[in-house]
Design a protein around this ligand. Structure first.
Ligand code: ZN
Length: 71
């Protein structure tokens, strides 16, 4: 499993991309869940999963960030 990060070029939402090397998938495409922009498309038979990790509005909110757990 190969992990990478992707940012929507349209609305700056952050995505985590999981790409499986062993599992077979189908050609397809990924669209932004927030604004619907095309994030990526592929023609090979790799299995890819896009997960929204940070909605763009969170970047600009004034909500205090909780301290990191595990200290
Ligand atoms: Zn977007």
């Amino acid at each position: 499993m190969k992990m990478s990060d992707l940012t929507c070029p349209s609305c700056s939402a952050s995505y985590e991309v999981a790409e499986s090397i062993s599992a077979k998938g189908n050609p397809g495409h990924a669209q932004c869940a927030i604004c619907g922009a095309m994030l990526a498309s592929w023609q090979d038979s790799k299995l890819r999963a896009y997960r929204l990790v940070l909605a763009p509005e969170h970047k600009y909110s004034s909500v205090p960030v909780p301290p990191s757990p595990g200290c």
